[in-house]
Design a protein around this ligand. Structure first.
Ligand SMILES: C[S@@+](CC[C@H](N)C(=O)[O-])C[C@H]1O[C@@H](n2cnc3c(N)ncnc32)[C@H](O)[C@@H]1O
Length: 253
């Protein structure tokens, strides 16, 4: 992308916006407009905008951190990264799938609720995913449910897509339950959502799943996900482990 095609302005006079209120201005093809960070569809529509905003300007690091932690953990077992068939939840424009493929996973299937995510992936990273579904995991058509259930997934990835009106606990549990027992689970989540005061439902869900022996966590560590609009670092928790059993419906509330 060149400056003449796309001009991104991150406002420098706002403080204390929550992550789902952050916004920026973009000038593209002569039009200037305001877009919220969470209007993913609008961002994915403009080639290179997601990469420029989150990766170049705000130093997002999440796909690389999660993919390399996963590879590192798999390496410490008798499993092999090249055997992994990954379901990538909230796959966006394919950046996680791309880093997973660079780590050597066998296959990645993407799912995202926003059609523009699938279109951007097809446009910008056409060879990364073996299939890509535009669906809401909480409300899957029977045909898609059956296809996902009959795919031998042995890894779930979900990067920077949990909470904040994005993927709810119920959808995460559904994705998790598509993975075989002993399969790998690699995800990132805002630190606040795994603390005792969390109201997103994720802290309780993870705690119940782990204490009931359904998920073995191998690594749980904070890392800098990206910069916020005011330049302050935003910390997320990286979690990599192995599934031992499904999450029952009554664990989700
Ligand atoms: C911050 S983006 C992260 C994209 C990608 N994982 C990455 O790290 O580049 C969050 C993604 O989650 C998707 N999403 C939100 N709610 C969803 C849901 N219920 N089911 C599937 N995807 C969802 C959004 O459309 C968006 O593409």
């Amino acid at each position: 992308m060149t400056e003449s095609e796309l001009l991104v302005q991150i406002p420098d006079d706002v403080r204390n916006l929550s992550q789902d209120e952050e916004f920026f201005f973009v000038t593209h093809e002569g039009n200037r407009r305001k877009i919220r960070f969470h209007d993913y569809g609008e961002i994915y529509k403009i080639p290179g905008l997601y990469e420029h905003l989150f990766y170049e300007r705000l130093k997002c690091n999440s796909p690389t951190v999660i993919s390399s932690l996963l590879a590192n953990q798999v390496d410490q077992t008798d499993n092999t990264i090249s055997d992994l068939i990954v379901l990538d939840l909230g796959a966006g424009n394919g950046m996680v799938g791309e880093t997973l493929r660079q780590q050597g996973v066998k296959e990645v299937v993407g799912i995202d609720i926003v059609p523009e995510a699938a279109e951007a992936t097809k446009r910008d990273r056409p060879d990364v995913y073996s299939s890509y579904y535009v669906e809401n995991l909480c409300d899957l058509p029977a045909k898609v449910h059956n296809e996902l259930e009959s795919t031998p997934f042995n890894c779930l990835s979900c990067v920077a897509a949990l909470g904040f009106g994005d993927i709810p606990p119920e959808a995460f549990a559904q994705g998790y339950n598509f993975i075989t027992d002993d399969g790998w689970v690699a995800f990132s989540i805002k630190e606040d959502f795994v603390h005792a005061h969390d109201e997103s439902g994720f802290a309780g869900l993870i705690e119940r799943t782990v204490s009931d022996g359904r998920l073995d966590i191998h690594v749980k560590e904070p890392y800098q996900h990206r910069l916020a609009i005011d330049g302050q670092p935003l910390y997320y928790m990286a979690i990599v482990g192995q599934k031992r059993a499904d999450i029952p419906a009554h664990f989700v509330f």
